[in-house]
Design a protein around this ligand. Structure first.
Ligand SMILES: [Zn+2]
Length: 421
């Protein structure tokens, strides 16, 4: 199959007008001028998108697809009442409908991701549903299996459950890769954090963890604020005499490495930031969710000074209205001016690398054919800057994962003809 567009942005090489990719077996075989591709492969099926530009598929580095049916919760609320509401709503759904609810929610989330040009997802999995549904749907995923509140039960009981989930057939699929997500420092005991670290080490799994999402986590270290009761509940070593830092605590438990993703990092000290930067961990920023939950958004200038590596995520539909990664990137750019090409790279290759999805994120021969087509008025003259400033869910024309066309926007005329017919 040949897929062509008015302009192609490979990300790892300069963009080109009237170009395309040739795809077989789910892999990009060639990137080049349309005329040449058609001449050398005249019998190939040709999908032409003359009104669009072709970019690598977008990568959403942080979400919880199983919460996709909690959309009414995405309204301005303080973080703690919001998360308590989320836990209550989840328990209710789980007791009434169990797995069928989580599968339906994950399927709805995946459809929305595909409509948003997203071809790969870093998903935090609480109920086991999203990797199974993702595998069926054909989208790519790093599934971080979540460990939350394991401190209530002994790690001997809970870890085998995670181990057996990791042995699921779903992870035999080349598109679905496992990871572990110790939820946060305030929902897991130090013993469980260390046990999770060993499990990740034994299985060579990357980690994804919520860190510094609210200012309450910094208060907790000193035994203050609304999370302070957790000190006793989970046996956390915090209090007025605790001299360590948030990132120091993660480091002590072996949780910081080049294979670690840290979600949010809204409230971190300079000491935290320099430790995180030195560890090679990557931060995932989700500023729209942070703003909605009144957490404030990260100080990106301080991130830059500390040398933090970061990519974008949306978080779940329980705290954002949609999966528009361009909106997240533009919100970051308000306080951290960066060029269109740097941002496009973060949205695609940077995030794929952060998730350890080695084959995705750029348009080159030998890479996975994960593609998004975006309708941009500038057409063949479009630049990376146009892609970043005009990119939007409503402009996604098609999404391809592993060479399969998983979403194609119906044109208004075609929809009208179908309705009349
Ligand atoms: Zn999250």
């Amino acid at each position: 199959m040949i897929i062509s567009a008015a302009r192609v942005f490979p990300v790892t090489s300069p963009s080109a007008a009237y170009a395309g990719v040739r795809v077989t077996g789910g892999v990009i075989r060639e990137v080049g001028p349309i005329g040449e591709l058609l001449r050398t492969h005249p019998k190939e099926r040709h999908l032409a998108f003359p009104d669009s530009v072709l970019i690598p598929g977008l990568v959403n580095a942080h979400t919880h697809l199983e919460y996709s049916l909690f959309r009414t919760m995405a309204r301005p609320t303080d973080f703690l009442p919001w998360i308590r509401g989320l836990v209550r709503a989840s328990r209710l759904r789980d007791s009434f409908w169990g797995a069928s609810h989580w599968e339906k929610a994950a399927a709805s989330g995946i459809r929305r991701c595909l409509r948003s040009g997203i071809t790969a997802i870093g998903d935090v999995v609480t109920y086991g549903a999203s990797p199974v549904v993702a595998q069926r749907a054909g989208i790519r995923m790093r599934a971080y299996l979540e460990a939350v509140a394991l401190a209530g039960s002994s790690s001997e009981e809970s870890l085998p459950r995670l181990e057996s989930a990791l042995s699921s057939d779903t992870f035999l699929s080349p598109r679905i890769a496992p990871g572990l997500s110790p939820h946060s420092i305030y929902t897991l005991s130090p013993q469980v954090l260390s046990a999770l670290r060993s499990l990740a080490g034994r299985r060579s799994l990357p980690l994804g963890m919520h860190v510094g999402e609210t200012r309450h986590e910094q208060d907790l270290l000193r035994g203050r604020g609304p999370l302070a009761p957790q000190v006793r509940r989970w046996g956390l070593p915090f209090g007025p005499s605790f001299r360590g830092s948030l990132a120091g605590y993660l480091e002590e438990h072996g949780l910081l490495s080049t294979k670690t993703l840290l979600f949010h990092g809204t409230h971190l000290t300079d000491r935290d930031l320099s430790k995180i930067a030195a560890s090679g961990a990557t931060m995932v920023t989700c500023p729209r969710s942070n703003a909605l939950l009144r957490c404030g958004i990260p100080d990106y200038q301080r991130w830059r000074k500390a040398g933090i590596r970061f990519v974008y995520g949306t978080d779940s539909l329980a705290s954002v209205p949609d999966f528009d990664l361009f909106e997240e990137a533009r919100l970051v750019r308000r306080s951290l001016p960066e060029s269109g090409s740097v941002i496009l790279r973060r949205l695609t290759l940077g995030a794929a690398e952060a998730l350890g999805l080695a084959g995705s994120g750029s348009l080159e021969a030998g890479r996975d054919a994960d593609l998004a087509l975006l309708r941009i008025p500038a057409g063949s003259a479009a630049t990376e800057e146009d892609v970043v400033t005009q990119g939007a869910v409503s402009r996604i024309a098609a999404t391809v994962v592993g060479g399969r066309l998983l979403y194609r926007r119906r044109s208004r005329e075609a929809a009208a003809i179908r309705r009349e017919g």
